[in-house]
Design a protein around this ligand. Sequence first.
Ligand SMILES: O=C(O)CCC(=O)C(=O)O
Ligand SMILES: [Mn+2]
Length: 182
Amino acid sequence: MEYTPSLFSGTESEYLFNALLVTTPWQEDEVVIFGQRRILSRKVAWMGDASFSYSYSGTRKTASPWSPGLMLIKERVEKQCAHRFNSCLLNLYHNGSEGMGWHSDDEKTLGRNPVIASVSFGAERAFKLKHRESGEVVSVLLENGSLLVMKGETQHHWVHTMPKTKKINMPRINLTFRMFLG
Ligand SMILES: O=C(O)CCC(=O)C(=O)O
Ligand SMILES: [Mn+2]
C-alpha cells in the first residue's frame, strides 16, 4: 500500500471537487441484502474507456465516457502509479452518515492482483483495512487531494471499509481507478 498525501494541491482539489460534483452523472446506488433491494443515500457513478457492463454488490452498471475533469485526474494518477486504468468508480458521500461496509475489490474481471488507485477530495475520512487471518486493523486518513494505491496481494489478504462517523458533516468524493481485463 502506498499513500501520497497531496497528489493534487489545495486549489486543484477544490476546483476538481466542484467540477466532479456538478458534471458527474450521479446515480443512486442499491445493494441486495437477503434478496431485498435497498437504495443507499451515497451516490455513485462509473466512467470508463468503453461501455463496460460491470457487476458490483449484486447490481449491474454501465460505464459513462470520461468527463474532462476525471480524464485530467486519471492522467496524473497513471503517471504517479506507472500503471494504466480503463475505468473509475466514483462515490459521493454527502456527510459522515454515509459510508461503505467491509469488502475487498476482488471481482474476477480485475484479474488476480489488481492495482486500485483511490483519490479523495473534500472531507477527510478514515479508511480502514483489516487482515483476513490475523484481524490486524490499519487506519489511513484519506486527505483532500490524496492518493492511496492498493496492489499486489492486498485484495486477497485484506478487506477494507469507509466507516460512518457522526463527526463529519461535509461531503467527500472518492474515485477508485481500476483496470478491467478482457
Ligand atoms: O471511499 C473510499 O475511500 C472507499 C471506496 C471503495 O472501497 C470502493 O469504491 O470500492
Ligand atoms: Mn473498495
